[in-house]
Design a protein around this ligand. Sequence first.
Ligand code: SF4
Length: 425
Amino acid sequence: MLYYMKSFGCKVNIAEEELIMSKLLSNGFTQTSNLELAEIMIINSCAVTETAAKKVEDYIKKSKDKLPHLKIVMTGCLANDKILKSTDNIDLIVDNFSKELIVENIITYLGCNSTENIIKILDDKSIFTGIVESDESKRTRNYFKIQDGCDAKCSYCIIPTLRGKSKSLDIDISVESFTNAVKSGYKEIVLVGIHIGLYGKEHGYNFTELVKRLIKVKGDFRIRFSSLEVNEIDDELINIMRDNQDKISAHLHIPLQSGSDNILKLMNRFYLKDEYINTALKAKEKISNLTIGSDIIVGFPSETDDDFNDTVKTLSTATTDFFHIFQYSDRIGTTASNMDNKIDPTIKKIRMKILQELASKRYQYLVNKSIGKTFRVLTEKGDKGHTDNYLNIHLNNTDIKPNKFHNVIINEFKDNKLYGDIIPN
Ligand code: SF4
């Protein structure tokens, strides 16, 4: 049977998409990149913001309007009866907790043509993960899911409701799977999860202990961390990153969300703005060429101009390099959705624009600083690659083999792209 896969959202969804596709393949399904040829479409959805959920809903409606015969299967964070507005146009819903069994559910559904919409089989203690073997051309980057769920209670966030409590892959199994990924040729392994800083908590170990074991694995690879909260980046982890730059990418994604202590408190976040600034500056001082990315929410309930200015100031002082900016939206059942003093959408838009301008200034600064410098680049398909500190580089050399580390000198920024030349060995 021909299927079409469509994933939305975060890197956890990318990791899970790989696992679902590998299971589909071993059960006789064939992937097509042409939706019109597909008999079944699998939607791996996202519900982190109102906009993200709407994007999924619109995509489903558009596809079913155009192709009424197409069977649509939905999983992911939006596949949950607490938040899904309508099941129209969807033939089968497999909620996140049962994602691991999605292929079995699809086969059952196709066999009996059940009209039962929500199928729930697993409890929320299982973690859907593994390393997918793939052909060499695809074997550059692997999103390795080591954790799922979250125990934090950020007042705006619906994810703990949709993904349950934190659960982690056993440390020995994590190391073994990681070793297999390296042996099978993956050169960049991104450790992903919903909240990887909680890795191992329920087993009595932590993320740093896992990293210490992974850097001892033999082979030619680099590790990247998907996202860590500022209170999870301690001196020990920073020193490990500093001392193992050949094995760990010089890049951290540290969500700030707001640079105002008042708003951080309302958000029920677990740090103050000064802790964010101090950790970011300390990490940059110790780890050469480190870049920092961040998530920021604008227009959280009660956010005043002064609060917003604090966010701008905090991001500038912390020298944050990459910004992911979201406008606050209510998520059903969260504490923030019941708060007063919601912010006018026009003000949210203005604040978003101010941050976008700051983001492009910060990026330009990073670009100027990088020209003339040499970085280690992992090549990807199409004569490009990423530096250890996550700059996307277009290579002037032609016929580059993907999945190789090269030293590259960055020499130009043109049409919003960075260009560089491989330095011959
Ligand atoms: S840490 Fe906060 S924002 Fe992140 S998933 Fe957990 S509850 Fe949501």
